[in-house]
Design a protein around this ligand. Structure first.
Ligand SMILES: C[S@@+](CC[C@H](N)C(=O)[O-])C[C@H]1O[C@@H](n2cnc3c(N)ncnc32)[C@H](O)[C@@H]1O
Length: 289
């Protein structure tokens, strides 16, 4: 995507949208694709040129209205959808519709991961694939799935098949840059546009006081500081995007990720770093419903 166009997008996300999944993803020109939990919409727009049509969905209606208003691409549609409302009209409307589904950093924010997988199953065409990336274990002691078995059981129950389950290890170079760039970006941004929210990107995260217990708390993008940024002055947004372009340029100087078999699913309060999981799931050709 042209640099100027990227800089003019509402917000250049602090994660390179597909650097995690790039080596695994297979998009085709005739694919109809769904993104679950769009956030700033960056991954939706940047992947639009690789596919026929892309639908960006999110539970946050104010966010979807904002992104749709800014949208100039005829093959991109932003629609609100609660992915956990498995039997709701939005999921039913798009049943068996998508060739590919992808979702970045959203599974941990939804109220029910079981419902997330069930809806994904319904939304995919038979033979369709889903690419899901999320931090399972966070540095401050949250584990979403306490074991590989719990995760696989939920997926299998939905009817989906696990094609790939990998842990993504970020290089120390990338972690260092993220810390430096993102925290400085956020503190500058909070000074300029004010800080109405406690949290930078998530209005709430799943949390756990007891490392053996798992809690989920639903999160809506419109309650975040990131939403304040994307609604802010276009000049300010373009400057933020330029800042992130520099960040990714520097990040690209050294290798960023490697993929490994997931090891530790247990929450520990002094966890070394986030355990980021990559899932590739397939809906079998014979629909179970
Ligand atoms: C941490 S953000 C990730 C956004 C983006 N994918 C990214 O990587 O920057 C999580 C997103 O999931 C959305 N979300 C939370 N619960 C949801 C649900 N039940 N259905 C659809 N989207 C949901 C939030 O509104 C938010 O935009």
């Amino acid at each position: 995507m042209h640099l100027l166009k990227r800089i003019r997008l509402p917000l250049r996300g602090h994660r390179h949208p597909f650097s995690f999944i790039d080596p695994y993803i297979k998009f085709h020109k005739d694919d109809i694709v769904l993104e679950i939990g769009v956030g700033d919409g960056y991954a939706t727009w940047t992947n639009a040129e690789k596919v026929k049509t892309i639908y960006g969905t999110d539970i946050s209606k104010p966010l979807i209205d904002f992104l749709q208003e800014k949208n100039n691409e005829s093959n991109v549609h932003f629609i609100s959808m609660d992915i956990t409302d498995t039997d709701g009209k939005d999921v039913r409307q798009f049943q068996n519709y998508f060739d590919k589904v992808f979702s970045i950093d959203t599974l941990l924010h939804v109220a029910s991961s079981t419902a997330f997988f069930k809806s994904t199953y319904k939304l995919l065409k038979p033979g369709g694939e889903a690419y899901i990336v999320f931090p399972n274990l966070l540095g401050y002691g949250i584990t979403h799935f306490d074991s590989e078995q719990t995760l696989i059981e939920q997926i299998v129950e939905s009817g989906l098949k696990v094609q790939v389950l990998k842990e993504i290890i970020q290089s120390s170079w990338l972690r260092f840059l993220k810390k430096a760039f993102i925290s400085s970006m956020l503190s500058i941004s909070q000074k300029i546009i004010g800080n109405k929210h406690d949290n930078s990107h998530s209005s709430s995260v799943a949390f756990s006081n007891d490392s053996n217990k798992i809690y989920y708390q639903s999160q809506h993008f419109d309650g975040t500081h990131a939403f304040e940024i994307i609604k802010s002055d276009p000049w300010y947004r373009s400057l933020s995007n330029l800042y992130f372009e520099c960040f990714w340029l520097l990040a690209g100087l050294r290798s960023k990720y490697h993929y490994t078999k997931p090891k530790d699913f247990k929450s520990t309060l002094n966890a070394r770093q986030a355990q980021i999981l990559l899932l590739i799931l397939k809906k079998p050709l014979v629909d179970k419903s």
